[in-house]
Design a protein around this ligand. Structure first.
Ligand SMILES: Nc1ncnc2c1ncn2[C@@H]1O[C@H](COP(=O)(O)OP(=O)(O)OP(=O)(O)O)[C@@H](O)[C@H]1O
Ligand code: SF4
Ligand SMILES: [Mg+2]
Length: 358
């Protein structure tokens, strides 16, 4: 029997537990994002906090609509004008929340880069890939055209695109999906960013190409020391490549720990539901999130207590009245729950509260 936590493809890095000596590159504190739509306020991100350290990969997982993409787009100033962002996101010493457009454009691509799910749409179909990478390099440096073109070929080699000198002159439609994703990574790395965000970056690719791209990212990260945020529906990928995992629900972090700790010692009922019957999960790689009964809360009318209470079989009156804080209940293991699954109590039903489930 396999379990996700033992299927890591980077055991040497995963085995290194919390490394406080690694410099924090991104410190997110109490981040809130709300959208105004049709006279309603949609609270998409509600007090999200985490610290990302150099050379580490943080996976953010959660159901559709839990605020994963909005939370990272907020860091890059990529939200529409209907969004209000508050809280703090420090990139080194630089505050990203409230930053003006011009300053943000300098940060974007330079210090933080993003790889999107759909490279076909992100690349310009009318320009050769070499020219696109060269332009990205020139935007972020003072290299002349020739030096930037040489650097572009180097980057294509770095992302292991076959025959880089020839491919340099090709257009996006001449490349496979996996090759286009490599080009996107090359563009994202053009300025050697401190933080690389991959939002479902490999979802559109077949399983083998997905694994190759993830191996590539892991290798580049080891060599360049880039910090990575990966957003994925694929638990196998998160378990294999992330050093730590943050679980989001209704725009909040509800559990956050080292990958091995989280997959072996699930505490929060939502995480447990999301991961399925851990530790009996047998299909490690490419396991998708399980479908959980009930619906996520209305983000325009969030309950005052635990947002998971209406779907939780451990919910009590306390859960419906008071929101549990995200605390470090165990070393480097944070969770927000009044009745966590503690060792020896996994199968014990917690005080039945029929009213909470009605
Ligand atoms: N421009 C917008 N205006 C209003 N609401 C928005 C806007 N963008 C996102 N939202 C809402 O914010 C919430 C969080 O969306 P987000 O895209 O971050 O979810 P997600 O966790 O990335 O989901 P998925 O896994 O499907 O990508 C959703 O309820 C979504 O409808
Ligand atoms: S706080 Fe209560 S409702 Fe929320 S997850 Fe924990 S047990 Fe369930
Ligand atoms: Mg998303």
């Amino acid at each position: 029997m396999t379990d996700l936590a033992t299927e890591t493809r980077r055991p040497e890095t995963i085995a290194v537990s919390y490394e406080p000596e690694r410099q924090p590159v991104l410190t997110v504190r109490d981040l809130h994002v709300a959208f105004s739509r049709g006279g309603r306020k949609i609270h998409a991100v509600n007090g999200l906090s985490y610290t990302l350290r150099a050379g580490r990969t943080l996976a953010i997982i959660g159901e559709s609509g839990s605020g994963k993409s909005v939370s990272v787009r907020a860091l890059m100033g990529l939200l529409p004008p209907s969004a209000t962002v508050r809280g703090s996101a420090l990139l080194g010493d630089t505050e990203l929340v409230g930053m003006g457009d011009r300053a943000m454009r300098r940060i974007r691509g330079n210090d933080i880069s993003m790889i999107f799910q759909d490279p076909a749409r992100s690349l310009n179909p009318t320009m050769s890939i070499g020219v696109q990478i060269t332009e990205a390099i020139r935007t972020h440096s003072d290299l002349d055209k020739k030096a930037a073109a040489d650097r572009a070929v180097e980057l294509l080699k770095l992302v292991r695109l076959p025959a880089p000198e020839r491919r340099y002159h090709e257009y996006p439609h001449q490349l496979s999906g996996g090759m286009r994703q490599r080009v996107m990574i090359a563009i994202a790395l053009a300025a050697n960013p401190k933080v690389l965000i991959a939002d479902e970056a490999t979802t559109a690719l077949d399983v083998t190409t997905q694994a190759q791209i993830m191996e590539l990212l892991a290798d580049l990260q080891d060599r360049l020391g880039t910090a990575v945020i990966m957003i994925s529906h694929d638990l196998g990928l998160a378990a294999s490549y992330a050093h730590e995992v943050l679980v989001m629900y209704a725009g909040q972090a509800v559990e956050h720990a080292e990958t091995n700790t989280l997959f072996r010692n699930v505490r929060m009922p939502y995480t447990k539901a999301l991961l399925g019957a851990i530790p009996q999960l047998t299909t490690a790689p490419h396991s998708q999130l399980t479908v959980i009964g009930g619906h996520p809360p209305d983000l325009a009318a969030l309950p005052s207590g635990c947002p998971f209470a209406p779907r939780c079989n451990r919910a009590t009156e306390q859960c419906r009245l008071d929101k549990p804080p995200l605390d470090e209940h165990e070393p480097e293991h944070l969770y927000a729950c009044w009745h966590p699954y503690l060792p020896g109590t996994e199968d014990e039903p917690v005080p039945v509260d029929e009213e909470a489930l009605s």
